[in-house]
Design a protein around this ligand. Structure first.
Ligand code: ZN
Length: 290
């Protein structure tokens, strides 16, 4: 969230889409960062794995029509999974000012999202709606629709990460320094990346875990609702994420030390949110490309 102090995801793939104009400079920056042994960049999202997992769930649910349109918008050979993290890297560089589009800061003690939480429409709630419209406009230039697709995929996933919505005046947990299994991290990064990696770094393992959640009943109930509802669900889970053990009166503070019990509590929430974002992303794209 915000200008988080968060290293770039380690496993940066190099899909063809990224081999565009910026590629040499991006590569130089990455190589330089690697050589220096530090990646002093930012991330604004579920980590790379979270996005890839959710997009895999979505990709499996696309209609043939949607697949065809998506193929026409992406560079040849790229899949949605390949480009799911574009917005955190090239997209961020290509569109100055887009950092705040990845989240919305809703006070953790608020009952629900309020449009006032989204000043000038520069938050994830309004941007999902905006890029939907661009994609739906078949007269818009192809480059614009391609970009809209890349942002939409990414943001439908980001809004499902609880700490991309709930905020305890700490930039969605970015400023709350904690220990997880005796390693230093922050609460935001814990949910973006650390908890996912703790279970497995293999996205196929995650997809298999999520599979049983994709029941007809779940899909039916997840397929209702608005973008604001998705934000409110994240806010609900963020309240839980900040208050551990469950029902703790005081929110987690800098200096908190979390162990395996926190991972056990968080894992079903993460599975559910990745599953929901995958299903809803597929719904969006299937509806946009009938
Ligand atoms: Zn993001």
């Amino acid at each position: 969230m915000g200008a988080s102090v968060f290293r770039r995801a380690e496993a940066l793939g190099e899909p063809k889409f990224m081999q565009m104009a910026l590629r040499p400079s991006v590569r130089l920056v990455l190589v330089t960062a690697f050589v220096l042994g530090a990646c002093p960049a930012h991330a604004w999202a579920w980590g790379a794995h979270g996005h890839r997992i959710a997009t895999r769930i979505a990709e499996a649910r696309l209609t043939p029509e949607a697949r065809k349109e998506i193929r026409a918008l992406l560079h040849e050979g790229d899949t949605l999974v390949d480009v799911a993290n574009w917005a955190d890297h090239e997209g961020h560089d290509a569109v100055p000012g887009s950092a705040s589009w990845h989240y919305v800061n809703v006070p953790i003690d608020a009952a629900r999202y309020d449009p006032r939480d989204c000043p000038r429409g520069a938050c994830v709630v309004d941007k999902i709606k905006h890029f939907r419209k661009v994609l739906a406009d078949r007269r818009a230039p192809k480059t614009e629709r391609t970009r809209a697709l890349l942002f939409l995929v990414h943001f439908v996933e980001d809004i499902h990460q609880p700490l991309h919505v709930g905020d305890n005046r700490d930039r969605g947990g970015n400023a709350t320094q904690i220990q997880f299994l005796r390693e230093g991290t922050n609460l935001h990064r814990l949910w973006d990346t650390d908890l996912i990696n703790f279970v497995s770094r293999d996205e196929r393992v995650w997809v298999e875990r999520i599979e049983p959640l994709l029941s007809e009943d779940n899909i039916r109930s997840w397929s209702r609702g608005t973008v604001e509802d998705w934000a409110n669900e994240s806010l609900h889970f963020a309240k839980e994420a900040y208050h551990f053990p469950p029902a703790a009166k005081r929110a987690l503070q800098t200096g908190s030390a979390l162990d395996k019990n926190y991972a056990t509590f968080a894992q079903p929430i993460i599975e559910r949110r990745l599953a929901q974002s995958g299903v809803r992303l597929a719904n969006e794209l299937n509806a946009l490309f009938p």
